[in-house]
Design a protein around this ligand. Structure first.
Ligand code: ACO
Length: 276
C-alpha cells in the first residue's frame, strides 16, 4: 500500500487491478479539499500504466465515503470566500468527471456508508457492487440543502422518478440490498464476499480487449443522451476510431472463432495473448 505521497487516499496494484481507497477512516472518508486534490493526482498517476487494467474504488475502514466534508469542504471553504468555494467545487467535480471517462474500466466497491457527494464517484464508476449492509443516503435534506454536486442527477439517472424523489425528500437510508433493487448498484453481496466478487468481475474485464472496453464504456454513457439516429452514427464513428487504435484485436477475435475454432464469442473472450 502506498500512502507516502498522499495523506487521504491510498492504493495497491495487484494482478492488474488498482485498488484505490478513500483513506480518511477517522472521518468516515468524507471528501475534504485535500482528498479531492489527492485523489485527482492518484487517478492521474496510474491511469495509463500498463500494469493497471481495472480500477476498484473502495473506502478504508467502515465507510465508503460519508460525502462532502461539512467542516472543511463547506464551512471553512465558504469562510474563505467565493473563489475558494468555486475552487473546491472544481477540484471535486474534476476528479469525478475524470473518473467517468477513465481510460480503464472502474468498479465502485461500496463497503459501508455512502452519502450525498459520494454519489458523484459512485456514478462515475462504470460498475458498482455493495455490501448488503452498506448504507446509502441523500442526507442533504437532513441538514438543509438540496442534493447538489451532481447527486440529484445521479439519483434521477439511476433510479425511477418515484424512488429518486422519495430518496431525496426523506433522506432515509437504504441498505445495499435495496440499492441493488433500485439499481443504484449492480449487486449487493454479503460483506465477507464483497472483495472476492469484485475481483471476479475485474478478472472478467481483464480478459477483454482494452480498446473495446474503453470504447464500450464511453458509448454506454454517451448514447443515453442521443436520439437513436445520432447514436447509430456515433457508434459507427466510435468503432472506426477504435479500429484505428487497434484493428488487429477484432481480426484476431474473428480468426480464433472462424478459423482456429479455439473459442466461442457467445461464451467468452478470445485469447488476447495470441496477438498478431
Ligand atoms: N463531514 C465532516 N466530518 C464528518 C463527516 C462529514 N460528511 N462524516 C463524518 N465526519 C466526522 C465526524 O464529525 C467525526 O469527527 P470527530 O471524530 O472529529 O468528532 C468523525 O468523522 C467520525 O464520525 P461519527 O459521526 O462519530 O461516526 P459514526 O460512525 O458514529 O457515524 C455517519 C457515521 C453516520 C457517517 C456520520 O458520521 C454522519 O452522519 N456523517 C455525515 C454524513 C453526511 O450527511 N454527509 C454529507 C452528505 S451531503 C453532501 O455530501 C453534499
Amino acid at each position: 500500500m502506498s500512502k507516502s505521497q498522499w495523506s487521504t487516499v491510498s492504493h495497491t496494484i495487484e494482478d492488474h487491478i488498482a485498488w484505490v481507497r478513500f483513506d480518511r477512516p477517522e472521518k468516515r472518508n468524507a471528501m475534504n479539499p485535500t482528498l479531492n486534490r489527492e485523489m485527482a493526482e492518484l487517478l492521474d498517476s496510474i491511469e495509463f500504466r500498463d500494469d493497471v487494467g481495472v480500477l476498484v474504488l473502495s473506502g478504508a475502514g467502515e465507510a465508503w465515503s460519508a460525502g462532502m466534508d461539512l467542516k472543511e469542504y463547506f464551512r471553512e471553504t465558504e469562510a474563505k470566500g467565493f473563489g475558494a468555494t468555486r475552487r473546491a467545487q472544481r477540484d471535486a467535480y474534476t476528479w469525478w468527471r475524470r473518473l467517468r471517462w477513465y481510460q480503464k474500466p472502474t468498479i465502485a466497491m461500496v463497503n459501508g456508508w455512502c452519502f450525498g457527494g459520494g454519489y458523484g464517484p459512485l456514478f462515475a464508476c462504470d460498475l458498482a457492487f455493495a455490501a448488503e449492509d452498506a448504507k446509502f443516503g441523500l442526507s442533504e435534506i437532513n441538514w438543509g440543502i438540496l442534493p447538489g454536486g451532481g447527486a440529484t442527477k445521479v439519483a434521477t439517472e439511476l433510479l425511477s422518478m418515484r424512488d429518486a424523489m422519495y430518496h431525496a425528500l426523506t433522506g432515509e437510508l437504504i441498505d445495499g440490498r435495496k440499492a441493488a433493487e433500485w439499481r443504484l448498484v449492480n449487486e449487493a453481496v454479503p460483506p465477507a464476499q464483497l472483495e472476492a466478487r469484485v475481483r471476479e468481475v475485474a478478472n472478467v474485464l481483464l480478459q477483454k480487449n482494452p480498446v473495446a472496453l474503453k470504447a464500450t464504456k464511453d458509448a454506454v454513457r454517451r448514447v443515453r443522451e442521443m436520439t437513436y439516429e445520432n447514436a447509430e452514427d456515433y457508434l459507427i464513428r466510435a468503432q472506426e476510431a477504435a479500429n484505428s487504435f487497434d484493428n488487429n484485436g477484432r481480426k484476431e477475435g474473428i480468426k480464433q472463432f472462424i478459423d482456429d475454432k479455439s473459442y466461442k464469442p457467445g461464451l467468452g473472450a478470445y485469447d488476447k495473448s495470441k496477438r498478431r
